[in-house]
Design a protein around this ligand. Structure first.
Ligand code: PMP
Length: 997
């Protein structure tokens, strides 16, 4: 039996979905009155063919009548007759609404279309030979309709693209393979569901109404046209689709060379058709549904070189991107003896230094301030001087960030990206040094300006070799402006002649004078300019367009340092030599090679906004802190058994940030060591051993601290609570027993401390200490309710115990209103432990306590700590305090934190997944729930978001007992602008289908 019918949208036909008693769903398709039986038979036969050939394909199945017919007839209104069919229902949401279009999803779509087309290669049907306006080879019909497009600019755009299609693609089409294709894989005919293993997106295809026999490549072209819409980088999206398609059905050279033109032609048809339809049917929104994004895409595509697109597609299919690349490389390899010099000095000499200008190179020094290349310049020049070499080498395929400050970053489909991969070879030499022609040729083009980062005034020579069958280009950048005077395009240049000289203006990448020398296999119709750096995502294509210039320069391979380890090699070695209980963040691990203030840089030069590493409190590698450490390291580093002024000055300064009577410091090397010592102090002072801890707390990695860390002893691999430890519930007013609307919540939660003391005393023992963070970090960034610590401390002290504030995460101005987070609770602890931010990443930590407790600890046993309090650590600790003060970072934490809190709370109105936003200053948590009433935790979504934020270049982490809290605790140099970036990126990601891998 079929249940109730629900109407589905459709352009011409009426479609209804039914659910049978057994839960199976079907679609009843009632064709419009003019529909031909043969056309439906084409669909039915092809679907039956696919069901047999590729039963795994997600396309509809045709159900037959009891008489075995796939198409039946029903009577409509009046005398009209309609053809009806029953198809199986396909689940999922339209690709147009699925977010994001990940490479995996697009590749799966490509694979499904390739599989479908492969299955249809041997399928024929008389009705497949149809004249359809959507058949791309017939796109020329729109020429007569272009006047329906009101804007002259837009008409010109279509004429440009259509012109290229007609002159370049159309003549090649007759020779391309043909077959019956679906011909309409638009983003409403493609459905996506995430029920596959690991939520792998499964792709379904429906609506076979536009099937016809045509060039097979049209199938992919149509899907690509839709997949590329609304993308920052449409070519990258199309490449994923092409990669999947070619896996199932390999593409030919000729097909790949017309693909881009066919995509453009399809879009031209689409927008022209909709302009025409709007004239005759104003108000039909279905027909114009894809007009706006199609126009935007056309404008994007007009700026892309069709050959670059072709090379990108070739790469997606596993081919060499630039078709002449191998031939150029082979020709140069075979003619080394005949190639002349580029510059005067002999580059083969052993003393020629090869520099490391990669992202993580110490040669770049500490500062990444725009234009501040003085350190590097000095370093390079002095290395050349020391080596008595007039020339130094900058490497090809080196990942650099030094130029990125002069080039606006680009956007990728996943947030910002920077062109960082150096495509040339740099020859650092004195300004004015002559540049020679290594191979005879003609001047192809030149440019006087210095718009292209890294190349300055530039000359390009064209070389025609191998009896005229092969052309390649050499590019000379950072030339002197004057040396280009008198040069004209087409000017012949003999091998060995001086063609220019190195510029005397400083090159626009901030480096000392150098020739940027680059090899190019296809100028992509550019004149005088060519990218000197490639985006990591386009690396293979650009490296094929610009092969190794050393094929001309001839520097011996041994002169280049061994390549650094790849991510895969590091992972492999880690697996062998590093304990596997050390975890790695993110599904796609990050290799970080440099830090600067609130940014971390990966090996490919991408900048990540760090919203999670509170250790780098005043900013990664803050110059003042770095200098303090370096200077002291060069003078003395030893232990506290010798008198040193820095130790006492630092302890005085640290104590001055604390309330009385916290006047005694111990310096150690980690937060764990600090808490370990705090336990010993408390136990020595009280003579007791029992501890009261807050649930889900983490206090450190030593045996004694695992015992007081419910996060660990109740977590995976934990051995449970030891008898000497009492756990009190987290005073969590969002999820706990007493909520934020209870003004007595703090006092009520603190009563659990009183109860715990009772349990200890029942066993004839007493409490040594109550330990708590001043905001609960691992517990999920929980802000303590008012009076909680006051009351908990009162109970503890009444029983003779001491109170420990673990400020390892929260201290040093992070909470904004106060320097120490315990101050927000109006208490003075007996012991304060500090770590993480105290040394801005240097292994420094401390315990501050009262003279009385310190005295109890001094029972005759020496406390010795080899590294704790050494002069280098003290210099660094002092420098951190300097920066907090000088840069007013506590005030900034307050201001930026309030702004961020406000913006995140505003997001709550639109994003149902956000259950709670809480925090003080720049210590914040976003708790994600699937249901705001039930508070059902959303850990999978939290993990998804952290990973996607990372994809978009923003680092966060997750925590909390249910792993559903996003943690935000950035370096305090985090700005309001950074906060806005975080919020808008989070907003975008919250809109995504979060079931995706
Ligand atoms: N206490 C708290 C609250 C912490 O978060 C941590 C570290 N996550 C520690 C102590 C231990 O510090 P460390 O890792 O430096 O030993």
């Amino acid at each position: 039996m079929l249940g109730e019918a629900r109407a589905l949208p459709g352009e011409h036909d009426r479609n209804f979905v039914f659910e049978a008693d057994d839960g199976q769903r079907f679609v009843l398709k009632i064709a419009h009155a003019g529909e031909q039986w043969e056309t439906l038979d084409l669909q039915n036969q092809s679907l039956a063919h696919m069901a047999k050939q590729v039963p795994e394909l997600h396309v509809p199945r045709v159900l037959t009548t009891s008489a075995g017919q796939a198409t039946a007839t029903i009577k409509g209104s009046g005398d009209t007759m309609h053809l009806v069919r029953l198809l199986s229902y396909l689940p999922g949401k339209a690709l147009a609404q699925a977010k994001p279009h990940t490479p995996v999803l697009l590749s799966n779509l490509g694979k499904m279309l390739g599989t479908l087309d492969k299955a249809l290669v041997n399928f024929t049907h008389p009705a497949a030979r149809r004249d359809l306006k959507w058949d791309i080879p017939r796109a020329g019909w729109i020429r007569d309709y272009l006047h329906y497009i009101p804007s002259p600019d837009r008409r010109a755009l279509l004429e440009q693209l259509l012109g290229h299609f007609e002159t370049h693609a159309l003549p090649l089409l007759p020779a391309l393979r043909q077959s019956v294709i679906h011909n309409d894989a638009n983003d409403y005919n493609v459905l996506v569901d995430y029920t596959g293993p690991d939520h792998t997106p499964i792709v379904h295809l429906l609506d076979f109404g536009d099937m016809l026999r045509t060039q097979t490549i049209c199938e992919l072209s149509i899907a690509a046209a839709y997949v590329m819409m609304d993308k920052v980088d449409p070519l990258a999206s199309a490449a994923s689709l092409v990669a999947g398609y070619s896996e199932a059905l390999p593409l030919t050279d000729a097909e790949l060379s017309v693909l881009f033109d066919l995509i453009c032609a399809r879009l031209c048809v689409s927008v022209t058709n909709s302009a025409y339809q709007q004239q005759i049917e104003p108000g039909n929104s279905y027909l114009t549904i894809s007009e706006r994004p199609a126009w935007h895409l056309l404008e994007q595509l007009a700026k892309i070189s069709p050959r670059f697109a072709c090379y990108t597609f070739r790469h997606a299919c596993g081919m060499v991107p630039s078709p002449t690349s191998n031939a150029v490389v082979n020709w140069l390899k075979g003619h080394t003896a005949g190639i002349g010099r580029i510059v005067e000095p002999d580059l083969k000499l052993e003393n020629v230094p090869v520099f490391d200008l990669s992202v993580g190179s110490p040669e770049l020094g500490n500062s990444l301030e725009p234009g501040d290349m003085a350190f590097t310049t000095q370093k390079l020049l002095s290395r050349m001087q020391a080596a008595h070499s007039p020339v130094g080498i900058g490497r090809y395929i080196e990942t650099r960030i030094i130029h990125t400050n002069i080039e606006r970053h680009k956007e990728s489909n996943d947030g910002p990206a920077w062109a960082t991969i150096h495509l040339g070879l740099d020859l650092f030499m004195a300004a004015g040094s002559p540049v020679y022609t290594p191979v005879a040729g003609i001047v192809h083009s030149f440019s006087h300006d210095d718009e292209t980062p890294g190349t300055g005034p530039t000359l390009v020579l064209q070389h025609t070799v191998a009896d005229g069958s092969l052309i390649f280009y050499t590019l000379y950048g950072n030339l002197s402006f004057d040396s280009l005077i008198g040069i004209y395009n087409g000017m012949p240049v003999e091998q060995g002649t001086q063609i220019a000289s190195i510029g005397d203006e400083p090159p626009n990448d901030g480096l000392p004078p150098h020739l940027h020398f680059q090899l190019i296999t296809d100028m992509l119709d550019r004149q005088g300019r060519f990218p000197a750096y490639a985006l990591p995502g386009e690396r293979a294509v650009w490296l094929s367009l610009s092969p190794d210039p050393n094929l001309v320069a001839g520097i011996p391979a041994a002169r280049f340092p061994v390549a650094s380890m790849s991510k895969e090699q590091i992972l492999l070695s880690r697996a062998q030599h590093i304990g596997s209980s050390l975890s790695i963040s993110y599904r796609q691990p990050l290799q970080i090679v440099r830090g600067s203030m609130q940014y971390l840089y990966s090996e490919d030069g991408r900048a990540y906004l760090d919203a999670v590493n509170n250790v780098s409190h005043v900013g990664h590698c803050h110059p003042h802190v770095v200098r303090a450490g370096q200077e002291q390291m060069a003078v003395l580093n030893t232990n506290t058994r010798y008198l040193h002024e820095k130790l006492v000055r630092y302890s005085e300064r640290l104590c001055s940030t604390l309330p009385e009577p916290l006047r005694v410091c111990f310096f150690v090397c980690s937060g764990s060591e600090a808490n370990e010592l705090a336990l010993r102090l408390a136990r020595a002072h009280t003579g007791q051993r029992d501890m009261i801890v807050v649930d889900v707390a983490y206090h450190g990695n030593t045996s004694a601290l695992i015992d007081i860390s419910p996060y660990k002893f109740n977590g995976p691999g934990g051995a449970g609570k030891p008898p000497h430890v009492q756990v009190v519930p987290m005073p969590d007013t969002y999820r706990g027993k007493f909520k934020s609307d209870d003004s007595q919540a703090g006092e009520k939660y603190a009563r659990f401390v009183q109860e715990a003391i009772g349990h200890i005393q029942e066993q004839q023992r007493n409490v040594a200490a109550f330990i708590s963070e001043s905001l609960l970090g691992c517990g999920g960034q929980v802000v303590l309710p008012s009076h909680y610590l006051q009351e908990a401390y009162r109970h503890t002290r009444n029983a003779g115990g001491v109170c420990i504030a673990d400020e390892v995460q929260t201290g040093f101005g992070r909470v904004g209103t106060h320097f120490w987070a315990f101050e927000t609770q109006g208490v003075v602890p007996d012991i304060v432990t500090m770590g993480k931010p105290i040394g801005n990443g240097h292994p420094l930590a401390a315990v501050a306590t009262t003279p009385a407790i310190a005295a109890s600890f001094a029972n005759g046993m020496e406390y010795f700590n080899t590294f704790g309090g050494n002069p280098v650590s003290c210099a660094i600790g002092m420098a951190v305090l300097d920066v907090i003060e000088q840069e007013d970072l506590q005030a900034s934490a307050l201001q930026v934190g309030l702004h961020l809190l406000h913006e995140l709370r505003a997001l709550t109105n639109r994003q149902p997944l956000i259950g709670d936003v809480r925090g003080l200053g720049l210590f914040m948590g976003i708790e994600l729930v699937r249901d705001r009433q039930m508070l059902t935790p959303a850990p999978e979504q939290a993990a998804y978001i952290a990973n996607r934020m990372r994809d978009h270049g923003i680092l966060l982490s997750t925590d909390g007992p249910f792993h559903n809290v996003l943690k935000i605790k950035p370096p305090l140099v985090f700005t309001q602008h950074n906060a806005d970036e975080l919020v808008s990126t989070l907003d975008t990601i919250l809109d995504e289908d979060m079931a995706q891998p």
